[in-house]
Design a protein around this ligand. Structure first.
Ligand SMILES: Cc1cc2nc3c(=O)[nH]c(=O)nc-3n(C[C@H](O)[C@H](O)[C@H](O)COP(=O)(O)O)c2cc1C
Length: 202
């Protein structure tokens, strides 16, 4: 069965970005397989603006009733949701910046988490509408936080993915990247090995 990967990266550090390096490693491994295709969305090369009222309001107007400006604004989120729906696996390259996700990635989530499109409110709470997908998070961090209270990033990402229906989430951490050369090399090697295993099991 062929698998379609959507790779979403968000490091502002370009070629020095460690989550970008992990993403590139995954991309190379995926390219070795005939049954895997990959689309790369680089949220830094193609930056999304903050979500604002005009864009949010454009979603609440029926397509035929939209002004030309509203149509253009709504198309931004429509296209990102269609892209997500067209893939089986979403891989997120996620740096830790100031204890959170990069604002570029938040801007992407703000477009794909859309009531009535990717989730809906029910009497028993929100229900995700993005079905049959799994996610893989490649987390690059200067310090060491996984499993501690300071890791608010992982629950936040899982909660956002879960809300739209993606509950099968795997994590690869490369931590301690600012804690000395030896530690960095070991963390990156371990993360790449984990990626090899995950791509092989796709
Ligand atoms: C603006 C900025 C903020 C950062 N904030 C944190 C932080 O709060 N905690 C931490 O452990 N590392 C922090 N770092 C270090 C990054 O997590 C580390 O450089 C990691 O490699 C970032 O991923 P990237 O290389 O893919 O961009 C920060 C780096 C930058 C550039």
């Amino acid at each position: 069965m062929s698998r379609r990967i959507l790779l979403v990266t968000s490091s502002i550090l370009g070629e020095q970005g460690q989550s970008n390096a992990l993403a590139a490693h995954l991309q190379a491994r995926a390219a070795e397989r005939d049954d895997v295709t990959l689309t790369h969305r680089d949220l830094v090369a193609e930056e999304l603006p903050h979500l604002g009222l005009e864009e949010l309001s454009s979603w609440q107007v029926a397509d035929e009733a939209r002004s030309a400006a509203q149509r253009e604004l709504a198309a931004r989120s429509d296209a990102l949701i269609e892209e997500l729906q067209a893939h089986d696996v979403v891989v997120l390259g996620v740096p830790l910046y100031n204890l959170g996700i990069p604002s570029q990635m938040k801007a992407w989530f703000d477009r794909v988490m859309r009531a009535g499109r990717t989730f809906r409110y029910t009497e028993s709470g929100p229900q995700g509408l993005v079905e049959g997908k799994r996610a893989l998070i490649l987390a690059a961090r200067g310090g060491q936080y996984a499993g501690t209270e300071l890791d608010s990033q992982t629950p936040h990402l899982k909660a956002m993915l879960g809300l739209i229906g993606i509950t099968d989430v795997s994590l690869v951490y490369a931590e301690g990247l600012a804690m000395g050369e030896a530690r960095r090399e070991a963390a990156l090697a371990e993360a790449k090995q984990a990626i090899d295993g995950l791509v092989a099991a796709l």
